[in-house]
Design a protein. Structure first.
Length: 95
């Protein structure tokens, strides 16, 4: 089991960074369209921006905690849940 552990320890971060690089490249090249990402039925949608920012913050905190080998705090889970509730409330209000 000796060589498998280092391969998993270093291979997984390389794989994740590789996936992120491919997605970023596709976003920059236009294969993943971003036009209208923050556009709601009445123009600019602040709740979509808020959901994106909260998602990025929570994902970053999760990765940071995983890198330090400690569990993420439940406060970040609450931030994610509250952000989703605000977004869904905005969607219901617009219908």
């Amino acid at each position: 089991m000796g060589p498998l552990l280092p391969a998993a320890k270093y291979g997984l971060p390389v794989l994740i960074v590789g996936f992120a690089a491919v997605v970023l490249w596709k976003m920059v090249s236009g294969a993943i369209p971003l036009r209208g990402l923050f556009k709601g039925p009445n123009g600019f949608s602040a709740v979509r921006l808020q959901l994106l920012v909260a998602t990025i913050l929570v994902a970053g905190q999760y990765v940071w905690c995983a890198a330090q080998h400690r569990p993420p705090s439940q406060g970040w889970l609450a931030v994610s849940a509250l952000s989703s509730v605000v977004y869904l409330g905005g969607q219901v209000r617009n219908k």
